[in-house]
Design a protein around this ligand. Structure first.
Ligand code: HEM
Length: 530
């Protein structure tokens, strides 16, 4: 596939920018007109590495001393803390199988369910991450300067992970018979990502969006949403030139996605009071110089809290496996090398490998009973994440424990401890007694806790694992809101009073949610007939 770094931002400096009023949207939409092929940046096809002009670097939110020195002793301690079978491993009873891990409450006593979040929140969160950050450069466990480390994604919520270089920069992503629409293939029953016919590698803007079936399904839904948006625009504006229809459809897609981020995803993981405070009283800790947005490394670590929401197993769909439900572990070594793996990893095509979204989001009515919960945000993490398939790791190199990687990355970035950041924020930090379990790994971790562990423990102790605690919530809310405010093309900047324009489940524009997004994409349970 094309290099994942090739992408193009539909930004003001590369497009000619007349403004148009599209009255039937009931709102003012400023649309940039692309002249495909004219922009030097548009031809990203042969660009092997990220273009710094389009992406940017990581940076810091806090300039505080690191939690620990980058010594072998500290690396060893972090490896022990995040090891398989260690204190972060839920030690899920994998032998019980994927069905029992969902249906038997006794198997969720330690790895607790989150009754306030459905299972899809995890994959929406992962998808959003892949739109913001991609670190292909830093050295695991060895100090690396954020400012000289490229972020291979544009940091904004602009779906560069989906659109890449657009029809001219990455024509392989688009349908040759209608090049302003994405190519979408079939897995045998329902949609699938376009894939290389030989090795089944997905041909998409970011390879990580084929890491598991759920994120692949979400990516496919975004492709379909855009395609339906093109149909919608063409119906509304008969005879509209393709370039304009593409840009309008793209903006329609991005703005509805941004709405979901601010009004649905963020309130799931951050207390609404913190979001409201950031929106009303401003950002105190994420204030990029000259308003040049970047991803702070403190956020890049904090936002990995989502790893703790992952379940050991899922029901991918209800009737896709020869009429039966398709249950699988998120990852299972038994799936390695199989054309139709037993687990829910990505990178494969078969008729049963599609997502029945009613398990993941609550579509209301009779479908509500099908929605399954997420796991809580706490220091107890599902066992399959301690042995990732190496194919899910960007450079294919061990360690394969995701927790070890997250912890070592705190050393990479020389991050301050959670306690130091709490102090800087004027928040009472977790006490030594609350972190006493870390004494066995390295006594200093009790008072100078690696940020990743601190964020999970804080969520667990302060919010019962239902959402992030005060430090984590503040970091995530400030960066999310900041990215929307600093993006010259977001609806928050261009038209702050914009409301969604596509149909919603209850008929009011404000209530546009992911279920409405999936419905417009045509992948909802009613459209599937199952
Ligand atoms: C099955 C689900 C997931 C898997 C297998 C997975 C796997 C990974 C892997 C292998 C990395 C690279 C680790 C490293 O080398 O430092 C990573 C990074 C990351 N993950 Fe996940 N992840 C999952 C879900 C999530 C979720 C739900 C979120 C957030 C809600 C998330 C947020 C992040 C972030 C912020 C990074 C750093 C990205 C970067 O800048 O490169 N992940 N994940």
């Amino acid at each position: 596939m094309k290099d994942s770094n090739t992408k193009l931002r539909n930004s003001c400096d590369i497009w000619i920018l007349p403004a148009m009023v599209f009255a039937s949207f009931g709102l003012l939409v400023l649309v940039g007109f692309a002249s495909f092929g004219l922009s030097p940046r548009a031809d990203a096809t042969n660009t092997p590495t990220p273009d710094p002009a389009l992406t940017g670097h990581f940076g810091r939110m806090f300039h505080l001393p690191p939690f620990a020195p980058p010594t072998d002793a500290v690396r060893d301690a972090l490896m022990q803390l995040g090891q398989p079978g260690g204190i972060m491993d839920a030690n899920d009873d994998l032998a019980a199988g994927p069905v029992a891990l969902i249906t038997d409450p006794n198997l969720s006593l330690i790895n607790r369910n989150n009754p306030t979040d459905t299972a899809g929140v995890t994959f929406l969160g992962q998808f959003i991450d892949h739109d913001m950050t991609f670190d292909q450069r830093s050295r695991l466990g060895f100090p690396t300067q954020p400012i000289i480390t490229q972020n291979a994604r544009t940091c904004f919520f602009d779906l560069d992970s989906v659109y890449a270089g657009g029809p001219s920069g990455n024509p392989e992503l688009f349908d040759p018979s209608d090049p302003i629409k994405f190519l979408v293939e079939s897995g045998g029953q329902f949609e699938d990502l376009p894939r290389d016919p030989i090795n089944h590698v997905a041909i998409i803007g970011d390879p990580r969006n084929d890491e598991n079936m759920m994120i692949a399904g979400l990516h496919a839904a975004f492709l379909l949403f855009h395609n339906h948006a093109v149909n919608f625009i063409r119906t509304e504006y008969p005879g509209i030139p393709d370039n304009d229809a593409y840009l309008m459809a793209r903006r329609l897609t991005v703005w509805h996605y941004e709405w979901i981020i601010l009004h649905e995803f963020l309130p799931h993981v951050v207390p609404q009071s913190v979001i409201d405070d950031v929106l009303t009283n401003g950002r105190h800790f994420y204030n990029p110089l000259h308003n040049q947005a970047f991803i702070p490394v403190e956020f890049q670590i904090t936002y990995r809290f989502g790893h703790s929401m992952v379940r050991p197993s899922y029901r991918a769909n209800l009737h896709g496996d020869n009429g039966a439900p398709f249950f699988g572990m998120i990852f299972d070594p038994a799936g390695e090398g199989s054309p139709d793996p037993v687990d829910l990893r990505g990178g494969a095509r078969a008729p049963r490998r599609f997502v029945g979204w009613q398990t993941f989001f609550d579509f209301g009515g009779a479908y509500s009973a099908d929605a399954k919960p997420n796991k809580r945000i706490d220091t107890i993490v599902s066992t399959p994440l301690f042995h990732l398939p190496l194919g899910t790791i960007f450079n294919g190199m061990p360690p394969d424990s995701l927790m070890q990687r997250n912890l070592l990355r705190c050393l990479t970035w020389q991050l301050p401890s959670g306690q130091r950041i709490a102090q800087e924020m004027g928040i009472t930090s977790l006490s030594s007694a609350e972190l006493a379990e870390l004494q066995q790994f390295r006594p200093s971790f009790v008072t100078e806790t690696p940020l990743f562990y601190y964020i999970l423990k804080e969520a667990q102790l302060r919010e019962d694992g239902l959402r992030l605690g005060p430090v984590g919530a503040r970091i995530v809310a400030e960066v999310f809101v900041g990215l929307l405010q600093l993006d010259p093309d977001s609806y928050v900047t261009v038209q702050p009073d914009w409301l969604p324009t596509l149909p919603t489940h209850d008929g009011t524009p404000q209530s546009f949610r992911i279920i409405d997004f999936l419905t417009f994409a045509g992948v909802d349970p009613a459209s599937r007939g199952q």
